[in-house]
Design a protein around this ligand. Sequence first.
Ligand SMILES: Cc1cc2nc3c(=O)[nH]c(=O)nc-3n(C[C@H](O)[C@H](O)[C@H](O)COP(=O)(O)O)c2cc1C
Length: 256
Amino acid sequence: MSDNNIFSKAPNIMHTEPAIECNFEEFKKVVESRRSVRNYTQESIPDEVVQECLRLGLLAPNSSNLQPWEFYWVRSEDKLKKLKAFCLNQPAARTAPTLIACVARPDLWKRGQRINQEYFANRHDTPKSVHAYYNKLVPFVYGNGPLHILAPFKTLAVVMLGLFKVIPRGPFGRSGNLLWATKTTALACENLMLAFRAAGYDSCPMEGFDEVRVKDLLDLPSEAAVTMIISAGKRSPQGVYSERIRGAQDMFIKKV
Ligand SMILES: Cc1cc2nc3c(=O)[nH]c(=O)nc-3n(C[C@H](O)[C@H](O)[C@H](O)COP(=O)(O)O)c2cc1C
């Protein structure tokens, strides 16, 4: 296989960014103390804390840096009440002062493409491969034509080509792009929940909601998908229902 391709060839980069020292013990405290909280006190989270946690959410790794996510911080009292009802009035939603709908936007890959194209357009040190990536590869991979008509042809081409060489196998088509955007959105969700914990607040991810009604409430198009709704606030003494239950590590961690 040729080594001279867009994936294997390292671009000539001028940027440097040292890895700063972090406190692993503090990080472990954040991860270990994050629990799904189903009952909150009435204390609200200051707006600037929510804003900062959302900002940290947006620093999550994301596919091709296309950022196919959106976070709907529901502020209107009326909408919040409706959203709680659409979360089946489950305690994790009903008692929460803050609800954020985390939405995957596979349909908005061009928005992410534009962010990157605009950033790199005015920098003369941008390697050619970066322009090729955003101008050619991204539209090929994420664009499927009207009604995703090109998806089966792309899939077939990849299957055929894959018989002879190592190639990426997607994402292609409506379901491929949905999975693609959902993976990335879920990573931001975890960042967001860890940020709330580090700031002294708690959260609960929820997929127990009526997605049709939620999308209607938020005026979302059919291709958008609500990955999860995250509630947040201060945990009440009965906020965590049980101690943490996990299977033995060797069930999940495979050393191969
Ligand atoms: C995608 C997803 C959806 C979830 N949906 C709900 C939900 O609708 N209601 C709820 O109370 N908990 C929900 N949870 C929380 C899980 O039940 C919880 O994470 C799990 O039991 C492990 O507990 P822990 O988060 O305290 O470690 C969800 C978690 C995830 C990741």
